[in-house]
Each structure stands twice: as C-alpha cells, then as structure tokens.
Design a binder for this molecule. Structure first.
Ligand SMILES: [Cu+2]
Length: 130
C-alpha cells in the first residue's frame, strides 16, 4: 500500500508530538557550545578526539559575570543508565577557564556531558568515540 504524502506527514507529526521533549537531543553530537542559565559554556576534550577507555580532560570556558561559584562536570550514557567509573575534578584556571581532569568513557556509544554551574546545567550529547 502506498501512503499519500499528506498521510505520511501527519504520521511524522504525530510521532514527533508523542516523543517526550528531551532535555538534550543526544542525537545531535559534538556541539561544543551551550548555555547554562546566564552562562555560555564551551568545552573541548584533551586529547581531541575523545579517547576510548582512556582518561581525558575537558577544557571549559564559561562566559558571564559574575562567574558561578560551583563548577562540576559529570557524564552518563542515558540509554544505559550509568555514568563514568571516575569522578572528575574541576580546577579553576581563572578568567572563566576551567579544567576537568579524570573523565573516562568506558563504553562506546551515546554519552551526555553535563556541566553544572551553580544550580544551572548545560548538557551536551557526544559519541564515544570517533
Ligand atoms: Cu553504557
């Protein structure tokens, strides 16, 4: 059976409407600029590209005055319900620059990196590992 284009469009619209509105589009990977409340956040992994099952760091640039008091980074695999085996440590380098050491992606697939700035957060979808 062949569906008329209008029917197919309606189907697509219905599917979209039924999907929960996600906090982050984890299919949109490798976007490295985001917003956490009043702060703009940029991140880059070190090394770049992300390594598989090896420790890496995140270099963060936070833009917005005053800077947040609390900066934390975590990561998880939303489809698997687990995080990293490590607990990253964030060091303030001054001028809105931060470094999160001790990141580790122990599985390939879809991850989220969550940057907490005070009570706000920026969520980034990333794929481990290119
Ligand atoms: Cu997993």
């Amino acid at each position: 059976m062949t569906q008329a284009p209008a029917t197919r469009l309606l189907l697509a619209a219905t599917l979209l409407a039924c999907a929960p509105s996600p906090h982050v589009d984890t299919e949109t990977t490798d976007i490295r600029v985001g917003q956490a409340g009043p702060w703009a956040v940029q991140w880059a992994p070190d090394p770049d590209p992300l390594p598989y099952n090896e420790p890496f760091a995140l270099d963060l640039i936070v833009d917005g005055e005053p800077l947040p008091t609390i900066v934390q980074v975590r990561a998880d695999m939303p489809e698997h319900g687990h995080g990293m085996p490590t607990d990253p440590v964030v060091t303030a380098l001054g001028d809105g620059r931060y470094r999160a050491d001790g990141m580790l992606f122990q599985m390939t697939g879809a991850w989220r990196i969550v940057v907490n700035l005070d009570s706000e957060e920026a969520v980034f979808g990333v794929t481990c590992c290119p």
